[in-house]
Design a protein around this ligand. Structure first.
Ligand code: ARG
Length: 575
């Protein structure tokens, strides 16, 4: 364990137990970073109340028990404990981290199986910017859990089934397979859908054909299924283009769309009805999970079979949760989906618990994704007012990145490579650096800025450390220590990076990649200060000092590289 705050927490808890009895061993010592010392512990105040003793006296007693602590402890004010770690402790921990291939990042034991449901665009509509964000956040969580030793099962819950497919297949037949495939592969799914919709609304004969087609699809007719595959395969090829451009880890093997659950839906409903979990209400089969009421105080139904016999989104999610627990044997399910679906998921989770399909040992969590807004603060749309093609949006980011680095004198191939990394890094980092459940304004100028908490800044900070090594004529791997932290800027940087492993564990627990962004941003900022104040490769720097500082550079570089990799943000070699 290397995280200073965690080490301190444990030490203070032991001190509390020794001073006041083991019943205090679990008390939260309330340790926070402080401006007067490395950390401040505020536990003495709250404890003093309970013990009916003077806070300063309680603080002194804790201090006495901390005598073997590798640092200095002072009591100040009404009973604060100001704690400063010894430089030598920070140095040796940093050294240990540098020597550790895992950079002090532990693995979760026992390892968990984590299902991550993310991306999940709808084939029958469009892949829109909202899906971009669930894709990016979900992918980062998948990378992080894998890094921490968990088994990750990615589930791309595509919207690939349902009544719209009747009209989509008929439209496909109207325009011809080849033309349809070309259109879908090019990301014109929305236009395709809209054209079908227009005919459906205006042409009675088409509407009739579409209705019949839904029935033949549901009944498993071979030719209809073939046409459905033609449509889906072309659509998925477009999704894959987006994933590839973004460097997202999803593959075809991760597709577990709504259609996959279709054969299970009848049994899902039957089992829920037989067990009494679902009841008929006005002809529809419904689950009424306790605690959900509508505005009129009437119990709110989760409709799993409509009165016309049709299944819906909720039916599929009930089948999916059972499959994930029972077949995939998951310990945890993360649903990385828009926050507007919060009620749906709360009801599905409650319904599944009621049915006994989601035992207490399995946690189901909705990682709510806030809506993407345009610069005008309204739901994001492109300039023309049409919803935008995702690849256009991504290419716009790349074009802007190209313009931003145009004057740097790279040849065409290098420019292209850097621009792609910077453009995609900017989009991804912007999505990730804001808390996932807050709304998010898509603003190219801001996300592509080379200063502030942005992708390009983080990439630049990383590339800069790499260039230091190029100038020094050694590789980062050759900077193996020792680490010395004599200067305040060195010490601050060293102390900060020690928290990396614990931070990652917390980000995985809380599903909060934005905290990793904040940590990395602070790392880069502290590095900047260090590099300004402490010459590394300048002429005249003592060779031993140079080696020590290069070692701190190497440690920082690995923290940034590892962290950005877990965010899925690529780092170009130079910028
Ligand atoms: N396709 C859905 C949408 O775009 C998201 C699916 C999320 N996952 C799920 N298991 N319901 O809204």
């Amino acid at each position: 364990m290397t995280d200073p705050q965690l080490v301190l927490t444990e030490r203070v808890q032991q001190a509390l137990a020794r001073a006041f009895g083991s019943e205090h061993a679990d008390a939260d010592p309330l340790i926070r970073p402080s401006q007067f010392a490395d950390f401040q512990a505020n536990v003495a105040m709250s404890l003093a109340k309970r013990l009916r003793r003077a806070p300063r006296e309680v603080a002194e007693a804790i201090k006495t028990e901390l005598s073997d602590f590798p640092g200095t402890v002072e009591v100040s004010g009404p009973g604060f404990l100001n704690i400063t770690l010894d430089d030598s402790w920070i140095e040796s921990e940093a050294q240990r981290m540098l020597a550790d291939p895992r950079l002090g990042v532990g693995t979760i034991t026992p390892a968990q199986t984590v299902v991550i449901d993310y991306s999940a665009p709808n084939a029958a509509k469009e892949m829109h910017v909202g899906h971009l964000r669930t894709t990016i956040v979900g992918d980062s969580l998948a990378r992080l859990h894998e890094h921490l030793g968990n088994t990750v099962i990615r589930q791309n819950h595509l919207g690939d089934w349902g009544t719209p497919f009747g009209m989509l297949i008929e439209h496909l037949l109207d325009i011809g397979e080849e033309a349809a495939v070309a259109q879908l592969e090019a990301g014109m799914g929305t236009e395709f859908y809209q054209a079908a919709r227009v005919k459906f609304d205006g042409d009675e004969a088409f509407k009739q054909r579409a209705r019949v087609r839904v029935t033949t699809l549901q009944s498993g007719d071979a030719e209809t299924l073939r046409l459905w595959h033609v449509f889906m395969d072309a659509t998925v090829r477009y999704f894959n283009k987006v994933y590839k451009l973004l460097g997202v880890t999803l593959t075809d093997a991760d597709i577990a769309g709504e259609s996959m659950y279709n054969p299970m839906l009848e049994k899902t409903c039957d089992d829920l009805e037989t067990s009494g979990t679902a009841v008929l209400s006005e002809g529809a089969l419904c689950v009424f999970p306790p605690g959900f009421t509508g505005s009129d105080d009437k119990p709110l139904p989760l409709i799993i079979r409509k009165s016309d016999g049709g299944y819906g989104y909720a039916t599929t999610d009930m089948a999916a949760i059972r499959y994930r627990v029972h077949d995939l044997k998951t310990d945890r399910i993360l649903y990385v989906v828009g926050s507007e679906q919060a009620l749906h998921f709360r009801m599905v989770f409650a319904g599944a618990r009621l049915a006994g399909w989601l035992p207490d040992t399995v946690s189901a969590e909705h990682v709510q994704i806030g809506m993407m807004l345009g610069k005008d603060g309204r739901r994001f749309k492109t300039r023309s007012g049409e919803s935008t093609k995702l690849t256009d949006l991504l290419h716009e980011a790349i074009d802007r990145a190209t313009a931003a680095i145009a004057d740097r004198g790279y040849d065409e191939a290098t420019t292209k490579e850097i621009a792609q990394a910077v453009g995609m890094g900017a989009v991804k980092y912007a999505d990730l650096s804001v808390s996932h459940d807050s709304e998010y304004i898509l603003d190219f100028d801001r996300m592509l800025a080379f200063t502030g908490n942005t992708g390009p800044y983080m990439q630049y900070a990383t590339a800069r450390i790499r260039s230091i090594f190029r100038k020094a004529g050694i590789t980062p791997a050759e900077a193996t220590g020792p680490i010395a932290l004599g200067e305040p800027a060195e010490r601050a940087l060293g102390l900060h990076v020690l928290g990396f492993g614990e931070l990652l564990a917390q980000v995985a627990t809380e599903s909060e990649p934005h905290r990793l962004c904040a940590f990395l941003f602070q790392t880069a900022s502290l590095f900047s200060t260090f590099y300004e104040e402490c010459p590394v490769i300048k002429d005249g720097v003592d060779p031993a000092v140079r080696q020590q500082r290069l070692s701190l550079c190497a440690l920082t570089l690995r923290v940034l590289e590892t962290g950005l990799d877990l965010l899925g943000v690529p780092v170009p070699e130079r910028m």
